[in-house]
Design a protein around this ligand. Structure first.
Ligand code: NAP
Length: 233
């Protein structure tokens, strides 16, 4: 969907790093859920990246209102890529709790990951519980709520007291909850800042204060997965 696979492949080659030193994730675009389309799309992903395997391949959105709601057949097609070794691991993105349960119950391979929107304004606890039940790693997208949580007074107060930045406080909160995070920044200094979160710990009261910022659905910055049906090919 992001049309960045070719550029990422070029960047990996230009970096001089060996393929095994880089962890590559890509996703199945929404227009390709039918099994034959998914097979072609996955071949195209590997071609565009210029590699013979990805480390992780995800179904980007469940699209329950499209394809007869049959995301399980799409998952079974990803299982083929896992079995033939071209996807070292496979997972979901934006799957709700009941959809995670259905995939697990109707398949052989348990998803490695479910990548969903999570930040202090949308804690997404029901999906967290479903992921945890099956040992599925929770990856938090938009972990800073696209920057919207950074001016929150509760987060600001904790940050000033412990002499960290608001972004570091939020990212540390994620880490202590056990989530995998991938904050985005186009600024080198912020990228460095966002890595400096492994030399301090938030106290229980601060964790609880940030948990209490959860606004449920009102806190979402992106689409609701139950109704999202955008397709581009
Ligand atoms: N699976 C999905 O459906 C899905 C959906 C949405 C997003 N994602 C992925 O999630 C990743 C991150 O999400 P996102 O980019 O939407 O949101 P995000 O990481 O929560 O926030 C990015 C914003 O925060 C700013 N920022 C980052 N670090 C900062 C810092 N230390 N101090 C102040 N501001 C800071 C960035 O500005 P600057 O760039 O100017 O520094 C940018 O405006 C992306 O890779 C995206 O592709 C996945």
């Amino acid at each position: 969907m992001y049309r960045n696979e070719k550029g990422v492949g070029q960047a990996v080659r230009a970096s001089g790093l060996g393929r095994s030193e880089v962890y590559l994730t890509s996703k199945l675009n929404n227009g390709f859920h039918l099994p034959d389309d998914a097979r072609t799309a996955f071949d195209d992903t590997l071609d565009a990246l210029g590699t013979d395997y990805v480390d992780l391949f995800l179904i980007h959105w469940p699209l329950p209102t499209l394809y007869g709601g049959d995301f399980v057949s799409t998952w079974h097609t990803l299982e083929e890529f896992y079995r033939d070794g071209r996807a070292r691991s496979i997972g979901l993105s934006n799957f709700q709790a009941a959809q995670v349960q259905r995939v697990v119950q109707e398949s052989d391979v348990v998803p490695a990951v479910n990548q969903i929107e999570v930040h202090p304004y949308l804690c997404n606890e029901d999906v967290r519980a479903a992921n945890a039940e099956y040992g599925i790693v929770m990856q938090a997208w938009s972990p800073l709520a696209k920057g919207r949580v950074l001016n929150d007074p509760t987060i600001g107060a904790i940050a000033s007291r412990i002499r960290r930045t608001p972004a570091q406080v939020v990212l540390r909160w994620h880490i202590q909850r056990g989530d995998v995070i991938f904050p985005k920044s186009t600024t080198l200094a912020r990228m460095k800042e966002n890595f400096e979160i492994f030399n301090f710990e938030l106290e229980d009261e601060d964790m609880a204060a940030i948990n209490a910022l959860d606004r449920g659905e009102a806190g979402r910055t992106g689409p609701n997965p139950d109704v999202f049906a955008y397709v581009s090919r």
